[in-house]
Design a binder for this molecule. Structure first.
Ligand SMILES: [Zn+2]
Length: 289
């Protein structure tokens, strides 16, 4: 069966139609227009899906990748940075207007699913996929499938506690990973240390700045602690990094070494690798849901 995948982002909605061999038949991108509200987003997604369906001769499955987590009890979206989606039942609302079954998954799970099956994690049985961007999240893939867990929170790595009584987080807890190694958190930390407001790509150019060493050490300590916890518990075959922060090269040598130092084992060879699909992980992950 052909597959339609929709990646619902804060600024753009991307859709793809792929065939049984995961080859792209067609791909389209439209603006999200968050300011026009939820019903307008529903309408846009519906039209995009109808457009993609026209290019498929037979019925296609439909999957949606959404920002934010889904509540297991209610199916409603929570914690999304696309504010107008919070509290909405996107899955059922789309099902009703399209008269078609819809699968839905959060962006970190879709990222991990796509990378494990079609990207950097191909031929690995267990993969932990990590998004480090504006927010931080993770997804666990076992034998090609998402491991959701009893409470539907498996892989919610971004909100496990790194530091007791640490930074306060929007989720209501303190010390969450996201408050230390998301793009905005790293930029804030640099600004506090150096007094300079710079973006992440600019910050990593400051090799001669005396504050850079401290910034980098704190970053790597937190990065290593957060992922060594994952290896100690899950021991995946591979860890794949995505999101804007994953473009920092030192994560793959110094970062990896720092993780290895903290893991509870004297022999460790877990590959810590960059994603292979880039921005396309969302749409492909949605197809695979
Ligand atoms: Zn949190």
């Amino acid at each position: 069966m052909k597959k339609i995948g929709i990646d619902l982002g804060g600024t753009k909605i991307e859709g793809i139609l792929i065939d049984e061999n995961y080859k792209t038949i067609t791909r389209k991108r439209i603006p999200t227009n968050q300011d026009k509200g939820y019903s307008s987003i529903l309408e846009s997604i519906k039209n995009l899906i109808l457009e993609l369906s026209q290019e498929s001769n037979d019925k296609a499955s439909i999957g949606i990748c959404t920002p934010g987590a889904l509540s297991l009890d209610s199916g409603l979206i929570k914690n999304s940075n696309t504010q107008c989606l919070i509290g909405k039942d996107l899955q059922n609302d789309l099902k009703n207007i399209l008269h078609h079954d819809i699968s839905i998954g959060n962006d970190a799970n879709c990222f991990a699913l796509a990378e494990a099956n079609l990207g950097a994690g191909k031929n690995h049985n267990s993969v932990f996929g990590v998004i480090m961007g504006t927010g931080v999240g993770g997804g666990i893939i076992i034998n090609g499938k998402i491991h959701h867990g009893r409470n539907n929170i498996a892989g919610e790595w971004g909100h496990h506690c790194l530091h007791d009584d640490g930074n306060s987080c929007y989720c209501g807890n303190r010390g969450c990973v996201e408050t230390y190694i998301s793009g905005p958190a790293l930029e804030k930390n640099w600004s506090q240390l150096s007094g300079m407001n710079q973006s992440l790509p600019e910050i990593i150019q400051n090799l001669d700045n005396p504050n850079f060493h401290n910034w980098k050490k704190t970053f790597l300590d937190n990065f290593a602690l957060s992922l060594s916890n994952v290896i100690d518990i899950l021991d995946p075959d591979m860890i794949i990094l995505g999101g804007g922060v994953s473009n920092i090269d030192f994560l793959y040598d110094e970062g990896k070494a720092a993780i290895y130092e903290k893991v509870f084992s004297d022999t460790i060879d877990t590959p810590i690798v960059k994603n292979a699909l880039g921005d396309s992980a969302g749409v492909f992950g949605a197809c695979l849901l």
